[in-house]
Design a protein around this ligand. Structure first.
Ligand code: MF3
Ligand code: CO
Ligand code: CO
Length: 262
């Protein structure tokens, strides 16, 4: 198996899938308020993707080997939940931080992006974790160009967050993406400069660091999906889908409401 180089036709389809993904995040933001359930956020996103975008929510029934099929259309990870939080009747409350992770399939190609949302006013610590995680993702993105290495991305993220007392989750990483949801390469959010795969124009992968306020260790919940911090510290994540261009990178998951680079 190797890392695919996307054709110009594939890249154009991924721009569309990426824009739709980002537009779901734009749309759902105003609904993230105290009193809403994560099931309600899931339903709103599902309906937009299926009925308006005429696209497919990739998580629904997604079943990578060994996993029970994912039962919902989006991932909603609250506070100490790191990733793959499953929407439920749980009600969001003031001060929660929540990651919404959206993956849309349009015309056979995937876009994958996530952002953090604040429910009312977050604590200073929670806000700082989210802002740092956003900057960390961008530090990784800014490494991307032909001839750079995957290790450069991981190092840029790890060397930024660890001196602040935060930790990088090891068990989950960014990934190649295209006609399949998760493909080669694995994009680690820690590592050493000038190690690993050398980047080439036409590669497409996600950068999606999961940063914990406390220790890096995780725990998998009994629902088979939700991943939490073992020490119950807060965790944050941002994700973009990135194309390697001839001169650097292009963020594919962009729309009118995409937050600007830090
Ligand atoms: N969107 C996640 C990622 O960034 C994967 C979610 S898999 C699911 O790779 F089944 F939980 F949806
Ligand atoms: Co992803
Ligand atoms: Co994702």
């Amino acid at each position: 198996m190797s890392v695919s180089i996307k054709t110009p036709q594939e890249i154009e389809k991924m721009r569309i899938a990426g824009r739709l993904t980002s537009e779901v995040l734009d749309y759902i933001g105003p609904f993230v308020k105290a009193g809403v359930t994560t099931n309600e956020l899931d339903r709103l996103c599902h309906d937009l993707i299926v009925n308006v975008q005429q696209a497919i929510p990739a998580p629904l029934n997604y079943a990578p080997n060994g996993h029970t099929p994912y039962p919902k259309s989006i991932c909603t990870s609250i506070n100490h939940q790191i990733c793959h939080g499953v929407p439920s009747e749980k009600v969001l409350k003031n001060g929660d931080i929540v990651n919404l992770d959206i993956t849309v399939i349009k015309d056979g190609y995937h876009g994958d992006s996530s952002r953090m949302f604040y429910v009312g006013e977050p604590s200073i610590q929670a806000r700082r974790l989210c802002e740092t995680t956003y900057k960390a993702m961008w530090r990784g993105i800014n490494q991307v160009k032909p001839g750079a290495y995957l290790g450069d991305i991981g190092y840029a993220i790890q060397s930024f967050v660890e001196p602040l007392g935060y930790s990088v989750v090891r068990e989950f990483c960014g990934h190649g993406i295209g006609a399949t949801f998760h493909e080669e390469p694995q994009v680690l959010h820690y590592g050493r400069p000038k190690t690993g795969l050398k980047l080439e124009a036409g590669m497409v992968f996600t950068i999606e660091p999961m940063i914990n306020a406390g220790k890096k260790e995780i725990k998998q919940l009994n629902d088979g999906w939700t991943v939490v911090t073992r020490d119950h510290s807060l965790s944050a994540q941002y994700e973009h889908t990135i194309l390697v261009t001839d001169t650097g990178f292009e963020v594919l998951t962009v729309s009118a409401g995409t937050p600007p680079p830090p």
